[in-house]
Design a protein around this ligand. Structure first.
Ligand SMILES: C[S@@+](CC[C@H](N)C(=O)[O-])C[C@H]1O[C@@H](n2cnc3c(N)ncnc32)[C@H](O)[C@@H]1O
Length: 175
């Protein structure tokens, strides 16, 4: 796990109570849940990418499923929903559907995603990375709109914003 992501996962872990249940949306290869697994009771990771879900390691208290967050199963019930750098990869319609779905399935929502860095160089590196990852157009729409505006338009209530350890991301806590 890269040092940077480890720092972010630790910051998220500090916000999650011991013995809770967590659904991680856009879980990728499952690294957040794997790092949380010793402290939580149960974790479900969902991702639209079949390849990534297959790679996600299985631990006793974790499960990973292929699922589209814009069509999330509304019968889910978790203490926490986490979304780490997933919203910016979606088109606007799916961003709104996904955020609105969050309101149904967990009490506490923890969203981590990009904000514009003050450093032009960092901004350019992120843009370059997004081009390579194939979701630059979604990222551009997201960064121009901003997470605060998306949350305001959604059914979520913003409780708190937490500064990232680096200035290119933030954590939004909603209920
Ligand atoms: C930048 S990756 C972040 C992965 C992971 N959260 C992490 O911390 O490494 C974004 C993830 O969001 C997933 N994703 C994008 N759109 C999705 C959707 N509609 N439903 C579920 N997952 C989605 C992608 O497949 C990808 O794994």
């Amino acid at each position: 796990m890269g040092f940077l992501m480890k720092t972010i996962y630790n910051q998220v872990s500090d916000l999650i109570s011991v013995g809770s249940s967590v659904i991680d949306v856009g879980c990728g290869k499952g690294k957040l849940l794997i790092s949380l697994s010793p402290k939580i009771d149960y974790g479900l990771g969902i991702d639209i990418s079949e390849r990534k879900v297959k790679i996600a390691n299985k631990k006793n208290n974790l499960k990973f499923k292929i699922e589209d967050s814009s069509k999330l199963n509304s019968s889910y019930s978790f203490d926490y929903i986490t979304s780490i750098f997933s919203i910016h990869t979606m088109n606007y319609v799916n961003q709104m559907k996904t955020l609105n779905n969050f309101s149904e399935i967990a009490t506490n929502k923890i969203i981590v995603d990009f904000v514009k860095s003050k450093s032009r160089l960092k901004q350019q590196l992120i843009c370059f990375d997004e081009i390579l990852a194939g979701h630059y157009s979604a990222y551009k729409t997201y960064i121009d709109e901003g997470m605060n505006s998306l949350i305001k338009k959604s059914k979520l209530n913003l409780i708190k914003e937490i500064e990232g350890k680096y200035d290119f991301y933030k954590i939004w806590i909603c209920n």
